[in-house]
Write a protein that binds this ligand. Structure first.
Ligand SMILES: Cc1cc2nc3c(=O)[nH]c(=O)nc-3n(C[C@H](O)[C@H](O)[C@H](O)COP(=O)(O)OP(=O)(O)OC[C@H]3O[C@@H](n4cnc5c(N)ncnc54)[C@H](O)[C@@H]3O)c2cc1C
Length: 380
């Protein structure tokens, strides 16, 4: 098959790799707007389950990824100045640039052609081909071009985020809630390499307004965050990588393909950073599109219908969980009075999918502490 891929993020690269590894006769080219070594942001997080998908279908990529990872078992919720540890939450973390490098290397090994610093303005530029894959990210220009067909829904969430890094190492995946005079600021912090941590800061619109963050320069915003999280950073500075404030957009599309053009990854649907599942969702799309080819062969209309059939249920379920998690962070005011144990418990059970029995199984210490504070609790 002649396949052209717009966007060299995890979704496009992984799909290119799976197809070319399967059949070296495929003619596959990936066009990436940015230069090879460019990346935004810092690290990415994968749960154990997320990585098992990669291990099952591409053990050699899994191997290359694990060499570049750090793995820790612990989570921590810091509220009212107190840290509550949540046990048995294993997360694999790695630098986004390392993930991309691992994918570049695997793609090159099997003969995928990677074209960097090449922005595709219009899929028609790509000439005749069997399949065009638009994996061009959450703001997908390809999706916008055909928006009358795809009917995307762009749900811009109210909270504001800024994605910093730091050399202060947060071994536990830490959620830090700091309430100051100007309002509430939340940090999602985790070590992702031997030397660096991601430090994603989230504020609600009222805090953003009161603190004047909207009128501050990038450097002033960074120093505001350093002050708010001074106790956590312990004098270690935050690092910026074009870290300006943005609102997260939850993307859904009524239609997933148009002629021989298909959307995958963030172009198709986004999760939310608070559940750390965007890269997992993107790579699962690549697997599903590959599996659809294995079932239907090169009959493009059939394979695209199969892709939607096998992928839509899982994708919708995970996105719903991401939306619930997003809403939890957006409605924290009534919860700020909770004691640190009850607050951490509320966090753990926020999706509605974790029962008290499950908390007892996962983290008996937290369940016992919560039961002590809530003696009337029905623990049956
Ligand atoms: C603040 C923040 C934190 C996050 N944290 C995590 C996390 O911890 N764990 C996690 O799993 N996910 C996380 N994500 C989400 C994750 O980054 C994305 O879900 C994931 O990268 C999606 O992969 P993708 O390949 O679909 O898109 P992207 O990674 O966005 O890749 C799209 C690519 O397309 C290129 N492109 C765009 N337009 C064109 C064009 N016209 N021509 C050619 N190329 C083009 C872009 O340059 C880009 O390289 C986070 C996202 C944000 C915003």
């Amino acid at each position: 098959m002649k396949i052209r891929i717009i966007g060299g993020g995890p979704a496009g690269l992984f799909y290119a790799y799976l197809m070319k590894r399967d059949n070296p006769a495929h003619d596959i080219r990936v066009f990436e707007r940015d230069p090879e070594d460019a990346t935004y942001g810092w690290g990415v997080v994968f749960s154990d389950i997320a990585l098992s998908f990669v291990r099952d279908i591409a053990p050699e990529l899994y191997e290359a990824m694990t060499h570049r990872q750090v793995v820790f078992d612990e989570m921590a919720v810091v509220h009212a100045g107190q840290k509550v540890t949540l046990a048995h939450n294993t997360f694999h973390r790695m630098a986004r640039i390392d993930l991309l490098k691992a994918l570049h290397a695997q793609c090159r090994k099997v003969g995928v052609e990677l074209v960097f610093a090449c922005k595709v303005e219009d899929p028609a530029e790509l000439g005749e081909c069997d399949l065009v894959v638009a994996s061009d990210g959450a703001n997908s220009p390809t999706r916008s071009r055909y928006q009358a067909h795809f009917q995307p829904q762009l749900d811009v969430r109210p909270n504001l985020l800024a994605w910093y890094g730091t050399t202060r190492l947060f071994a536990a995946l830490s959620l830090i809630f700091r309430q100051g005079d100007e309002g509430l600021a939340i940090a999602h912090a985790y070590q992702y390499s031997p030397t660096h941590s991601t430090f994603l800061v989230e504020v609600d619109p009222a805090t953003y307004q009161r603190s004047g963050l909207g009128a501050m320069s990038e450097a002033q915003s960074l120093s505001w965050c350093e002050k708010v999280f001074a106790e956590d950073l312990q004098g270690v500075p935050l690092l910026s990588n074009k870290s300006s404030w943005f609102r997260y957009t939850i993307v859904t599309n009524a239609r997933w393909h148009h002629g021989n053009l298909v959307l995958i990854g963030d172009a198709l649907r986004t999760g939310h950073p608070s559940v750390g599942s965007g890269t997992r969702l993107a790579m699962q799309d690549s697997i599903a599109l590959f599996q659809a080819y294995k079932t239907c062969g090169s009959d493009v209309p059939q394979l695209l219908a199969e892709f939607v059939k096998i992928r839509r249920p899982g994708s919708d379920a995970l996105q719903q969980a991401a939306i619930k998690s997003t809403e939890w962070y957006e409605n924290l005011a009534p919860k700020m009075q909770l004691d640190p144990i009850s607050f951490a418990y509320d966090y753990l059970t926020r999706s509605g999918r974790v029962s008290h029995a499950e908390v007892r199984r996962r983290d008996p210490e937290l369940a016992a502490a919560y039961e002590k504070l809530h003696p009337g609790l029905d623990v049956a």
